[in-house]
Ligand binder design. Structure first.
Ligand code: GDP
Length: 200
């Protein structure tokens, strides 16, 4: 799939005020600074559709974008600096939890993981919570351009060893770079496959 149209629709903190759930939706979330905005801009082929961390006054909102007139891309707030390790409910603002649990057209949550770090407790806990709540999710490893081939395979084997201590099987995984656009086709094709499966 190629993205030919990407338009901002609405930002809010209330799942009830999100656009009508008539088309499939895909949410992107990860620790602050993971490269989420850069990834979204790379996928959409736009420089500043999603606001990057360096944007002054970047707010904590659920941001909806309409893509190709037939699916929503959602940029969720970054998590991770405050209150790490005190349990999920304290780490995530209630509106994000409500959005994930209640949004009926949410097809998949893309959990972004910075490939320069060892597995982080907060990401592991978040994915476990998604699993416990039967929310379909996939992982996107970001900033892969920072690793050489050896580092990349070491990173993936360390990460997945830890994943397999918790999970019987691995979720779908993508590797990406906003610098080289690696992962773009794979992520967009995956979304297209799910859209097709659901008849959109
Ligand atoms: P966000 O807070 O998750 O939206 O992260 P941003 O997209 O604002 O990126 C945070 C920082 O990481 C910025 O300095 C980006 O330039 C940098 N960054 C993001 N993606 C990549 C990437 O794929 N490769 C490299 N080398 N740097 C990246």
């Amino acid at each position: 799939m190629k993205i030919t149209r990407a338009e901002f629709v609405i930002s809010n903190t209330d799942v009830k005020k999100c656009p009508n759930p008539t088309i499939p939706e895909y949410a992107f979330i990860g620790r602050s600074n993971v490269g989420k905005s850069s990834l979204i801009n790379m996928l959409c082929g736009r420089k500043s559709l999603a606001k990057t961390s360096s944007t002054p006054g970047k707010t904590q909102l659920i941001n909806h974008f309409l893509i190709n007139d037939n699916w929503f891309l959602v940029d969720l707030p970054g998590y991770g600096y405050a209150k790490v390790g005190k349990g999920l409910s304290k780490n995530w603002q209630k509106f994000i939890v409500d959005y994930i649990l209640q949004r009926e057209n949410l097809m998949n949550v893309f959990v972004l993981i910075d490939a320069r770090h060892d597995p982080q407790k907060i990401d592991m806990e978040f994915m476990q919570w998604l699993g416990e709540n039967d929310i379909p999710f996939s992982m996107i490893f970001t900033k892969l351009d920072k690793l050489n081939a050896t580092q990349k395979s070491k990173f993936l084997s360390v990460y997945n060893k830890e994943m397999l201590e918790v999970w019987a099987e691995l979720p779908p995984q993508f590797i990406s770079s906003a610098v080289t656009a690696d992962g773009k086709d794979e992520i967009l094709n995956y979304i297209e496959e799910v859209n097709t499966y659901f008849g959109s």
